[in-house]
Design a protein around this ligand. Structure first.
Ligand code: ZN
Length: 420
């Protein structure tokens, strides 16, 4: 299924960590999935954090004395500092200036600014626009921000896809940025696509939980409102910035050598895209919550070009030109390959001594017949001592885990191995 149409539909919506734009986006992402929206009330105390008041915005503009709307929120939701208080007045340039944000180093870009916890108002404009306004210091402007901040709720969306055990693999992502494509719309679109594929599988060893959250406080509030849940988590991933055609970057879990890391490394190794591996760092998204000392959940993060490391980051230039269908699909594929590795990975122990007589079991394959299977068969029976997993064997012999798994199932059926 093509993902760009969903990106196009969601891009113009002015989202935040609360409010109608976020609710609408979660509704759109939920279509054709099992995602359900839950709301947490403003003011709820969650560990160190408090669920914020709800912000909604209907309109905002700056009109010059000739009646020209020189800044129009309806054209781009980035024009208003996210969580701006309401404001209406006639202001000179000097009065307006402290409320204007622009980027001199990127003169055609509208910056993205938030003020979730300090009550201010402001406009984000291109620096080209700013310079035009500066040329006319005597100009008076009609300024309006039609917004409100009041007690309400913070929505999040979740989807539990049950498996054979209630041990869970978490797929967690954010969707709280307005009007930008790669950060963090691409990851929400990829995450729902991954979950939809997993839901189609006839059987799953693990249960899977997709969380689509406003950043930080959403994740904290979810954990707080689901006591005991973190004990069910085996591991998982935070999906972030997955739509640009850059190479992959995988940020490991705090543990650094968990099965969650190994299955992703194997997926990257056998994939066709370039990649880089990084150790865990607390600079990032919700993976820093999950991996924090209070939880220490093994949650890694596969990204393409990481946030902050591409020039369009947090500006209006992070638009649909930056994202490609191919990159989105490649991200879905890589996540699914890692998860497939996780599903298939198991450890076996041979029941015989010495080399097996393979043709007795109808398992003999010669090197000229199928080289990969020949190598895989030899490694599988040689390394299956109850210690090495299929993933370890795959790593050693460079044979895909699917071939090893097929072999393991046959060997299990004819009693050559036991599963440990
Ligand atoms: Zn961001």
């Amino acid at each position: 299924m093509k993902l760009m149409p969903l990106m196009e539909k969601l891009l113009p919506i002015c989202r935040s960590i609360t409010g109608d734009g976020l609710k609408k986006s979660l509704g759109i992402l939920s279509e054709g999935t099992g995602l359900k929206t839950i709301e947490y009330p403003s003011g709820q105390e969650c560990f160190e954090w408090t669920v914020p008041e709800e912000w909604n915005i209907r309109d905002a503009y700056i009109i010059d004395s000739r009646g020209n709307k020189i800044v129009d929120f309806q054209k781009c939701g980035l024009h208003v500092v996210n969580y701006s208080m309401p404001f209406k007045g006639k202001l000179s340039f000097q009065e307006l200036k402290p409320h204007l944000y622009s980027l001199p180093e990127k003169p055609n870009a509208i910056p993205y600014r938030t003020s979730y916890y300090n009550r201010v108002w402001g406009f984000c404009i291109s620096h080209e626009q700013y310079l035009k306004m500066e040329e006319n210091p005597a100009e008076k402007y009609d300024v309006c921000i039609d917004s409100d901040i009041k007690n309400g709720a913070m929505p999040i969306a979740e989807w539990l896809i049950p498996g054979e055990t209630d041990q869970e693999i978490l797929l967690s992502t954010n969707v709280c940025h307005p009007c930008m494509a790669n950060d963090n719309l691409s990851n929400a679109v990829v995450a729902t696509a991954v979950a939809k594929e997993i839901a189609k599988w006839p059987k799953r060893k693990y249960s899977y939980r997709l969380l689509v959250l406003p950043a930080t406080v959403g994740c904290i509030a979810y954990i707080h409102n689901n006591p005991g849940w973190v004990e069910k988590i085996y591991g998982g991933y935070v999906l972030s910035c997955l739509g640009d055609p850059g190479n992959f970057t995988y940020k490991k879990t705090y543990q650094g050598n968990h099965e969650i890391d190994k299955v992703m490394l194997s997926a990257l190794k056998t994939g066709d895209a370039g990649y880089e591996i990084r150790e865990f760092s607390p600079i990032g998204g919700d993976e820093s919550q999950y991996n924090s000392p209070g939880f220490r959940l093994p949650i890694g993060s596969l990204m393409r070009t990481p946030f902050m490391e591409y020039p369009e980051y947090h500006t209006s230039l992070d638009n649909l030109d930056l994202v490609t269908e191919e990159a989105l699909q490649g991200s879905v594929k890589t996540y699914l390959r890692a998860i497939r590795n996780l599903e298939l990975n198991a450890t076996y122990k041979v029941t015989f001594k010495g080399d097996p007589k393979l043709n007795k079991y109808n398992l003999y394959v010669g090197p000229h017949e199928d080289y990969n299977r020949f190598v895989g068969t030899n490694y599988f029976f040689s390394m299956s001592d109850g210690q090495n997993s299929l993933l370890d064997i795959s790593e050693k012999c460079n044979v895909d885990i699917e071939i090893l798994n097929d072999l393991a199932e046959k060997a299990l059926q004819n009693g050559m191995v036991t599963r440990t």
